[in-house]
Design a protein around this ligand. Structure first.
Ligand code: GDP
Length: 369
């Protein structure tokens, strides 16, 4: 059918049959758009997202998505894996090499604006390369950018400009890493199409492949964000997500702790200091996130009593699994990861137990800062 219209927000074909499916628009609005040949139109979901910051559920066909990724191996293309520097370990696509064949890929670390002001780029890039290598990924190049602040984009854009003379450029990434914001920023700086792609704080916003012509017979292609069980963001409502997502550079907060102390990261994370010398733990989370210190022996009771109130987010606890923990005993200075919320840097040789809902996003890595 020739009268198919694509939502300019998420790339879905507009339809008025299934309200819960991608691309839904009430029949009358869709008819108006067809009658007036209006191609500049958003589906209801994107419209609401943009105007009211409201999420509507939608089903994504996973098989289509895997087929799209697999087709990359047969094409000559440059793959751009966008990762969230604030949630790096959980946003790295370790399976990337499986589906991109012999194509080159580059890593773009986004949200660099959240790092403390004096962070050294070369150190962060080295660290990213080592972490990527550890999971079998060998990026051709690494860039650090802030899509939202439109910072550090010039080098990336000139690289993409050169490489896109001979091939299409595919952007891939987990949801919520800022892929849409980055593509918008790139388009913004490359030409005059503005705000083409829906961006939001809600994971899974980009629903279908979007091809943007580069004017040199090649395309910049935005693929759907990959949802992971390991992303806390997929379980929280918009208001809670706003509290845990840092907006300003992280300001590390240092806590002097001794064994028997516990810290709560609102109601979403917990660390017990089990064994070691009195020492300092450095907490990197959004500035508005409430951190509470208590005695480990009282921690369970405290949590049950205050969850959803003093210990919020989560404001609504019904969708969230209970906190589950794991012990760590790092032999080097390390970051303990609370995926999506932040991390806590601890010195070598301390025994700790950390908790997140059902251990989502929980992990450890060599200290970054
Ligand atoms: P996508 O799912 O990967 O397409 O992610 P979006 O582009 O929708 O962005 C997800 C969230 O991250 C939104 O709340 C954005 O405002 C935020 N975001 C995107 N880029 C940046 C950035 O460079 N810095 C910061 N601090 N936030 C960003």
């Amino acid at each position: 059918m020739d009268d198919k219209i694509i939502c300019i927000g998420c790339g879905s074909v507009l339809q008025s049959d299934e309200i819960n499916e991608a691309g839904y628009l009430p029949a009358k609005r869709l008819k108006d758009a067809i009658d007036t040949e209006d191609n500049d139109i958003y589906c209801q979901r994107c419209f609401r997202l943009r105007h009211y910051n409201e999420i509507m559920p939608v089903a994504i066909d996973n098989d289509d998505f895997l087929a799209l990724l697999n087709s990359l191996a047969e094409k000559k293309a440059l793959i751009v894996n966008v990762v969230d520097l604030f949630d790096f370990t959980n946003s790295l696509l370790s399976s990337l090499t499986r589906f991109i064949g012999n194509n080159d890929f580059i890593l773009v670390g986004n949200k660099f604006d959240l790092f403390p002001k004096n962070s050294r780029q070369s150190k962060i890039k080295d660290w990213m390369r080592q972490e990527a290598n550890r999971v079998g990924l060998f990026p051709k190049k690494i860039f650090l950018v802030s899509a939202k602040k439109q910072k550090n984009l010039a080098n990336l854009i000139s690289y993409l400009d050169k490489r896109s003379q001979e091939q299409d450029v595919y952007f891939v990434g987990m949801t919520n890493v800022g892929k849409s914001t980055l593509i918008n920023a790139i388009i913004n700086q490359m030409g005059d199409i503005k705000d083409l792609i829906t961006t939001s704080r809600f994971p899974g916003t980009t629903l279908d492949k979007i091809e943007i012509p580069l004017g040199n017979s090649h395309f910049l292609v935005d693929t759907p964000g990959i949802m992971s069980e390991n992303q806390l963001a997929t379980r929280l409502n918009a208001r809670d997500l706003a509290v845990i997502s840092p907006q300003k550079p992280m300001k590390p907060a240092t806590y002097q702790l001794r064994p028997g102390n516990t810290l709560f990261l609102a109601g979403l994370g917990r660390i017990d200091y089990l064994k070691g010398e009195p020492t300092s733990f450095t907490v990197y989370v959004a500035r508005d996130l409430y951190v509470h210190r208590t005695k480990t022996e009282n921690a369970d009771e405290f949590y049950l009593k205050h969850l959803g109130e003093l210990l919020a987010p989560p404001a609504n606890t019904t969708n969230l699994p209970a906190l589950k923990g794991q012990e760590f005993h790092p032999s080097v200075k390390s970051d303990l990861l609370f995926g999506g919320i932040g991390f806590i840097t601890v010195p070598a040789n301390c025994l700790v137990k950390i908790y997140t809902p059902n251990r989502i996003g929980l992990g450890i890595r060599r200290a970054l800062i």
